[in-house]
Design a protein around this ligand. Sequence first.
Ligand code: ADP
Ligand code: MG
Length: 327
Amino acid sequence: MLSEFEIIRRFFTHPTDPASGVVLGVGDDAALVKPTAGMELAISTDMLVADRHFFADTDPYKLGHKSLAVNLSDMAAMGAKPRWITLALALPEPLVEIKGKWLEAFASGLFGLARVHQIELIGGDIVRGPLTICIQIIGEVPKGKALRRSDAKLGDDIWVSGQLGNAALALAHERQHIFLEPEEVAECSSALHMPMAQVKLGQSLIGLARSAIDISDGLLADLGHILEYSKVAAVIKIKNINCSMAMKKRLPESRAMRCLLAGGDDYELCFTAPKGRRTRIDALSRELGILLTRIGKISEGDGLVVLDMAGKIITSLGVRGYDHFCP
Ligand code: ADP
Ligand code: MG
């Protein structure tokens, strides 16, 4: 059986890049990092528990990737550049006993995505226990410029990146609640297993967007947080929300609507911006090759009005946030 020390040395210790700002990495009682002048630190933690947030037999490579991606999405939502992570793991004995195969795949998924964003793993903890993955991420954002939930203003456009509902659709297929053709699985399953998080978009929205949030619990719940914190209301149109062909083909309208509004696990950004910035946002969309769609407007009062495909107000969807049985 591998000891804690061997696990850290074999799987989680890498030479650090001199440009990474790491003064002292894995090995001491604490890591030391040097923040960039003029920047504030953005710090966030996400915990994933087996059988609650993922199936215990999930491919460990994909799990390593996704554990980091969900944290990156929080940085994206603040407009922060992710820089450093710590990793706390609770591992059941069998996973350690299989000669580190699980750990090797997990680390390779995690570091694969970390390299894409030049993020350094600077510390962590390992304990024996039911499989749990807890990543803390530290990013940097220009002083006073972070994108908050609380800054949406009356008249702002509401924008969403990418397509919504694909992760929920892929999950429904895996649970055999619906059937997808192989090419449709290909279209949707990366949203569920290998999400990328809109890191570059988030940073580019500084100075353009007024408020932002990542859509991890579904559009209704997450846009709801912006409305609550900004003390405003909104009207959105379902027909403006972008979704996959698979969604259009495989789900009747009412179920597709629930999936788009409350599917969860989308890791796209929802942001608001003044009308005068439409041209610049459309240009950014082309420059980054990321779909950015205007789905509605910030209005007076409180609450969220959703208009269906025919433009009629939806009075009850029966869901708010993340719903495992969405479709
Ligand atoms: P301590 O007893 O001081 O808490 P540990 O033995 O838990 O130290 O860890 C030793 C070093 O290894 C520390 O620098 C810690 O941050 C690092 N470390 C522990 N677990 C991990 C991990 N999963 N990934 C990266 N570094 C880790
Ligand atoms: Mg420790």
